[in-house]
Design a protein around this ligand. Sequence first.
Ligand code: HEM
Length: 402
Amino acid sequence: MTRILMTLLVSLFLTVPLAAQEVADAPQSDRSATGGAQTLDDILARQRGEKIDDSFRSGATGDPDSAAGAANQLGTLGGASDSEVWRALRYGKGDVTVSTGGPEARVLIQDGGMKWLQFRKGPLAQYGAYLLGGTIVLLALFFLLRGRIRIDGEKTGRTVTRFRAIERFGHWLMAGSFVALGITGLITLFGRKVLIPAFGHEMFSTMAIASKWVHNNISWAFMIGLVMAFFMWVMHNIPNKTDLKWIAVGGGIFKKGVHPPAKKFNAGQKMIFWSVILFGASISVTGLSLLFPFELPMFAKTFAILNQTGLPQALGFGDLPVMLAPHEEMQLATLWHSIMAFVLMAIIIAHIYIGSVGMEGAYDAMGSGEVEEQWAREHHSLWLEEVHKAEGQTDGKATPAE
Ligand code: HEM
């Protein structure tokens, strides 16, 4: 699974510089025949989806100073022809005044929507489906090869408390809402392609309306669960030296009888925890900006900070755009929201597998909160020692001094 994630991220990082290169390498058209206006070649290149340097158009928006005075013969022309006015509107350079609405109302034309739509129904849906499908196939293969990870030693019949009721409540609040958000999000993304052909427009309309309602409202439960999980478990998820030993033997999950020591959470679980916190926070923040349209623009500001670090330039992205139309902010928010959600869904599918069918005795930790002592000894030996020590101390303290 890690390999798939790496491939996705690397290809993401590699395709953007390539795209940037395309702009730089785009052949300069000879526009002398059109007096500098776009040529048939420009139009055809654009229709083929090629990147073209269109500064010759975006810059040609008229010159107010060239306007003939109102008192002159044939004045006033206003310094800009109709085409120049439309071009200024298209490139967000028009001097627009509106009586109501925020900054978004001043944007009369913006053409980012087409790119957004194509990315959403193209690579986003395609690679997203590959990622989820690939994860499920890999887990099925793992199950076929390794089978269920059993408790190797003899069961003791004694149990240890692993998670208190409040911890289990926080987990299931986050888990239940995440599953609902994932399913309704996928219905929204794949509806047109998969569900309309299968169920028809009318049925899909009902499903889409219900999905949107569930998605928008359940999001709060996820955010509350996320905050709870962070505060309840962050102290147990600080990386330490034991994690290196755990990683060195692959956590023992590939071989029967291998049980590296671990505290309350092993290195694998720490990776899950930090993925949930970081990806979950990123999904939540972009989700909030979609829930309150145009109120929480964040990409231009983030890009400005990133540009200052020099990182995008070092990676070949060049300067990231710091002037974004409010609509472009929303378009980026939906795309980032979905990309992060796909990555987290893939991670969570693996987590659900190992927390249920993949490992004997694991589910009890979040079910009843009580785990078999032998399970704890095999998977969290250092934690079990701590629990026994604490119990001993508690017993000691409870004895009244005489
Ligand atoms: C829906 C099915 C799910 C099942 C059956 C499940 C099961 C479990 C179990 C058994 C544990 C405890 C592992 C242990 O004792 O060491 C656990 C922990 C945890 N779960 Fe889930 N879980 C589910 C969904 C989710 C979801 C959707 C999220 C987050 C979006 C999540 C996040 C976590 C985190 C952060 C932990 C603590 C770290 C870890 O053990 O990896 N779980 N889960």
